[in-house]
Design a protein around this ligand. Structure first.
Ligand code: 4AD
Ligand code: MG
Length: 457
């Protein structure tokens, strides 16, 4: 179907005085005796294109005036009567698809919760269309950043036999029936598709290390799966994960890369999505643009875990979970640190080894590991990363302490036998990052079809 994107028609000065064809969905329609105005959206731009109808010259099919109806308009592009952009003086309007009054997206503002019940239609609202344009721009900017800095893009397997995070949160992958006849677990898996217990990967890191210790700098950007039974506004069962892995890098390098990458992507979002950000700033998070601009321009804070715990213990705050050295930080603690103590993104580093994963580099103190979580205001953790343990014996010892099955990690361990190097990386939760850029408070509202406990619409 030959037509132009509304984005182009709205903003192009060269098109003025020329004829153009656009397609889209009617957002509003109002008429007086002489003229009628339709606002048309095709998803390409935050703004809608105003269609002006000279009622004496053009009779419009009433179906073309209904909110949600899909139409095609041929007309002359002219400078808008109000504002900067263009509008279209209609010469011909065709109906592409009519929209009956049951259409659940109506003009009055509906709640996000109501819209969560209609994931197949909610992208036709300003809010959701804006979220997904920002999401796309951010994803492209991430790829651009890594490409420009010499990283190779690697695709790691989604089906795996090894649990990267060791937290037992893997979905199982099986072709066996629920009433399989085997008497033991071992036999059951032996007869399964892969002959061993398999699941959906919680992280591409372990395979990412394989690639980084050959190509130097790599990143993955794909889905990860977590069967966490946590029904929160920050957890999904299926989320998108950005995981760079860098050879010849230590923890400070990892922090530097994470900070530089985030700032660069935020700058791209500010540059490429001005209308979306103005909208979010006005209706979703007051001060969003100021927040993003200042984050892009100032340094992130760094705070070792031990100091973080001291600060939390001194805090005048009513925490639900008490804080002691050795405890995992709860969301309330993370948010207190980043929002109240530092007032900006903060890397918390050097966590107790007991609460972190087996692969993290053990610090000389024997108690902590070279880990770093990035906490941001409003959300808490958006990045988890570390330097990796590059010493074969130390890594094996950490795995034995955790009673892990070493045979499932032979290849991973072998990286420490053949030319082992200091290396590290991190994982960015892409949806959490999109929340941060848009101010949206629920991870379900930045995901097309969110999957979470008891929810697979
Ligand atoms: O902190 P995590 O578990 O770290 C890893 O998986 C490492 N293997 C990453 C690495 O070093 N390559 O997860 C990384 C990030 C978290 O900080 C969070 O932003 C996001 O992934 N994340 C989730 N996002 C949405 N829903 C979930 N259930 C998530 N679990 C983790
Ligand atoms: Mg984490």
């Amino acid at each position: 179907m030959k037509h132009l994107d509304i984005r182009e028609v709205l903003h192009s000065e060269e098109l003025r005085g020329k004829e153009a064809v656009v397609c889209g969905w009617v957002r509003t329609y109002r008429e007086s005796s002489a003229v009628a105005f339709a606002e048309l959206s095709d998803g390409s731009d935050f703004e809608r294109l105003q269609i002006v109808v000279d009622r004496a010259a053009l009779a419009v099919d009433p179906e073309c005036t209904k909110p949600g109806a899909a139409i095609r308009v041929r007309g002359e592009v002219v400078k808008a009567y109000k504002g900067e952009g263009n509008e279209l003086n209609a010469r011909e309007i065709d109906l592409l698809g009519k929209c009956p009054p049951e259409y659940p997206i109506q003009k009055k503002r509906t709640t996000l919760e109501f819209l969560r019940g209609i994931p197949h239609l909610r992208l036709r609202t300003n809010t959701f269309a804006a979220v997904f344009r920002v999401r796309s721009v951010a994803a492209q900017a991430i790829h651009r950043y890594f490409h420009a800095h010499g990283y190779y893009y690697i695709n790691t397997p989604l089906i795996t036999a090894s649990d990267c995070e060791g937290a037992g949160e893997m979905f199982r992958v099986t072709t066996r029936p629920w009433n399989a006849p085997e008497k033991t677990e071992e036999e059951y898996y032996k007869n399964d598709f892969f002959g061993v217990k398999a699941g959906l990967s919680v992280s591409g890191q372990l395979e990412g290390e394989v690639a980084a210790t050959a190509l130097g700098k790599i990143y993955t950007f794909g889905p990860s799966f977590r069967a966490e039974n946590s029904n929160t506004t920050r957890h999904l069962a299926e989320f998108w994960h950005v995981e760079p892995e860098i050879a010849f890098a230590e923890l400070p390098d990892v922090l530097e890369i994470a900070e530089d990458m985030l700032k660069s992507v935020i700058r791209s979002v500010i540059e490429e999505c001005p209308a979306e950000l103005r909208f979010f700033d006005q209706f979703v998070e007051k001060g969003l643009i100021r927040k993003l601009t200042s984050v892009a321009e100032s340094d992130f804070a760094v705070c070792p875990y031990t100091e973080a715990v001291e600060r939390l213990k001194r805090a005048h705050a009513d925490f639900r979970f008490p804080v002691e050295w050795g405890c995992d930080l709860q969301s309330e603690h993370e948010r207190y640190l980043t929002e109240t103590v530092f007032g900006k993104p903060v890397f918390v580093t050097d966590y107790p080894k007991e609460i972190k994963s087996f692969y993290m580099k053990q610090n000389p103190d024997g108690k902590t590991v070279a880990a770093a979580d990035l906490l941001v205001p409003g959300i808490g953790e958006i990045i988890g990363g570390s330097e990796r343990e590059a010493d074969y014996d130390k890594l094996v010892a950490a795995m034995k302490e955790r009673k892990m099955d070493l045979s499932a990690y032979e290849q991973y361990l072998a990286l420490r036998l053949f030319g082992s190097v200091p290396h590290g990386g991190f994982g960015l939760g892409f949806e959490r990052f999109v929340m941060y850029c848009t101010g949206m408070e629920n991870i379900r509202d930045v995901t097309l079809f969110p999957r979470s406990v008891r929810n697979i619409m």
